[in-house]
Design a protein around this ligand. Structure first.
Ligand code: ADP
Ligand code: ADP
Length: 230
């Protein structure tokens, strides 16, 4: 079944002068790994923000993980329970240790402190950073911080991970490690993975590549045009 159903989605800024999304139709199956590519300013981040209900569209319909995002008043619940965000400015809280940062999304669930700690350590282990649990984020490298952000994105057992340029500022070795983490977790937990990237080598790892151009989707299911346009 589909975890994302979007029909004729329109989003504009500046009183309608900027059409960031100009009639998007898109369905994504549960457990799918999709990458979103396109030139700068084409609407990729806006689409990701719509999917995570970080911002609302002007018109159309958008249903994600069973939530009608235009009709639903429970958007906080939706974000807290269904979505794992991995954004480039990963906003780890500097005064908290690594393991405490990962516990943040668990506070909405009714878990005891020891349950939260155990789960956070398991998540840290899964991204290979268990030994960094008590460190402050400032002691970690960029790649390690991004892996902490991934572990945190998984802390609420999300249905969907939304990642915006998750490897953007990292060297290729670190970037490969990050991607492997994301893809392993996607496979093991059947989490739907949606990655915005400008890097075709990253995009190609997905089950499907979606290209955004001027706020519209191009050849959503056809890789052949893509090969020519990149
Ligand atoms: P991409 O992620 O593909 O670079 P964006 O979704 O960030 O593209 O932007 C799409 C268009 O919407 C661009 O023209 C951008 O300048 C504009 N835009 C995005 N966010 C805002 C905003 N908050 N206010 C005004 N314009 C915006
Ligand atoms: P990664 O491949 O995960 O980015 P690096 O190879 O960059 O890791 O870093 C190796 C080790 O050096 C890490 O264990 C990390 O703790 C340490 N390190 C890297 N950058 C920094 C930094 N800016 N501050 C403190 N320690 C760092």
């Amino acid at each position: 079944s589909n975890i994302v159903e979007i029909r004729n989605l329109v989003k504009s800024y500046e009183d309608g002068h900027i059409k960031a999304l100009n009639g998007i139709d898109l369905t994504i199956g549960e457990g799918e790994f999709v990458s979103i590519i396109g030139p700068s300013g084409s609407g990729k981040s806006t689409l990701l923000n719509m999917l995570g209900a970080l911002d609302l569209p002007d018109s159309g319909s958008i249903n994600v993980a069973g939530y009608d995002l235009l009709a639903n008043s429970k958007l906080n619940e939706f974000r807290a329970q269904k979505i794992g965000f991995v954004f480039q400015l990963h906003n780890l809280i500097p005064n908290l240790s690594v393991v405490e940062n990962i516990e943040i999304p668990m506070f909405t669930a009714k878990m005891s402190n020891s349950e939260m700690r155990e789960k956070a350590l398991n998540l840290l282990d899964s991204v290979g950073l268990k030994e960094k649990a008590s460190q402050k984020p400032s002691k970690l490298s960029g790649g390690e911080r991004q892996r902490v952000a991934i572990a945190r994105a998984l802390a609420n057992d999300p249905s969907i991970i939304l990642a915006d340029e998750p490897t953007g500022s990292l060297d290729s070795k670190t970037s490969n490690k990050i991607l492997k983490q994301l893809i392993d977790l996607h496979r093991e937990k059947n989490v739907t993975l949606i990655i915005v990237t400008h890097d075709m080598d990253v995009a190609k790892l997905a089950d499907r590549i979606i290209e955004v151009l001027d706020g519209k989707l191009v050849n959503a299911n056809d890789g052949s045009l893509l090969e020519n346009s990149i």
